[in-house]
Write a protein that binds this ligand. Structure first.
Ligand SMILES: Nc1ncnc2c1ncn2[C@@H]1O[C@H](COP(=O)(O)OP(=O)(O)OP(=O)(O)O)[C@@H](O)[C@H]1O
Ligand SMILES: [Mg+2]
Length: 290
């Protein structure tokens, strides 16, 4: 079992902006989902875990070792798929993986070759090994990103919004790939797709403005909202009065009709009960933000 404990972590950028505020989390094997609106601090947290930036205070302990003091320890055990990979050099997929494998310290040529060919097969890119990565489609680039993250058999894999911009088929293929690799390792996934967290993750957290607002198992967080979520269709001119009368957690167009969803301990008049979803957990949590 691998364990990552993040203890009272804070991060202030050079310009004085505090992107992570006293955040603590315990993460074990399996897939962990990180949700939060744009600017919540998800990428900042991930880049701090992988050692690209140093925390201002607090620490991160991976399998008993303080990685802010010994960043090499996590680098040897880590795979990272960043939100923005930047520009790919003009070399083939195979050569780029070979280069990354050398950087990761896989010294034996035959060992590198074995790992690279196995990984290319796993991510369904073996036939494209001699093509340059910058010519790949978005989905192929993301699958290549997984292959590079898996080089060296890491114990912790961090993927930052990996399915943004993928078509539904590529997204499914990518998610099942993540699911396959998450059995014996820690996978931390940040995404805006609440549904993906619901389907893939055994544990999750919601961040906002650098703070941790909620954490737990998706099922349990959803169960807490049982008999507390209600919905009704409204006319456009009722919107303002509804906003002042109810704690609205979301509004949605269903077949061109506007529905509002509210959180309430008791059934409000004219509202019908709704089975809670992880999306309701997300919006309800954000509506309660400090
Ligand atoms: N290098 C930096 N210097 C100063 N501020 C930064 C820097 N990087 C990020 N920030 C700020 O920190 C906050 C958190 O950014 P971050 O990229 O971690 O959010 P995020 O949750 O990953 O958002 P998104 O969902 O859009 O990817 C933002 O307000 C951002 O402007
Ligand atoms: Mg981000």
């Amino acid at each position: 079992m691998n364990t990552l404990s993040i203890n009272n972590l804070s991060l202030t950028y050079k310009n004085g902006f505090q992107a992570i505020k006293d955040l603590s989390l315990e993460i074990g094997n399996g897939m962990f989902g990180l949700l939060g609106p744009n600017g919540a601090g998800k990428s900042s947290l991930m880049k701090t875990i992988v050692g690209l930036q140093k925390p201002s205070s607090g620490n991160i302990i991976f399998n008993g070792v303080d990685i802010s003091k010994d960043p090499n320890f996590i680098k040897q055990n880590l795979g990272f798929l960043p939100q923005d990979f930047g520009v790919y050099p003009k070399v083939s997929a195979y050569d780029l993986l070979n280069h990354i494998a050398v950087l990761k310290g896989i010294k034996e040529h035959s060992e590198r070759k074995n790992q690279i060919l196995n990984l290319l097969e796993k991510v369904n890119l073996l036939d494209f090994r001699n093509k340059e990565v910058h010519t790949f489609s978005g989905g192929m680039k993301q699958r290549f990103g997984v292959a590079q993250a898996l080089l060296g058999n890491p114990k912790i894999i961090i993927v930052d919004e990996p399915t943004a911009g993928l078509d539904p088929e590529e997204r499914n293929r990518f998610n099942s790939l993540l699911n396959d690799i998450s059995k014996d390792v820690i996978v931390i996934l940040s995404t805006h797709l609440v549904e993906d967290v619901r389907n893939l993750c055994s544990e999750m957290a919601i961040m906002h403005k650098g703070q941790l607002l909620r954490k737990g198992k998706p099922n349990e967080l959803i169960a807490e909202l049982q008999n507390r979520i209600w919905s009704k269709p409204i006319r456009k001119d009722e919107w303002e009065s509804c906003q002042s009368n109810y704690q609205i957690i979301s509004q949605q167009l269903i077949e061109r009709e506007l529905y509002i969803t509210t959180f309430s301990e008791k059934q409000p008049e004219d509202f019908t009960p709704v089975s809670p979803l992880l999306e309701h957990v997300y919006f309800h949590t954000l509506s309660q933000k400090p």
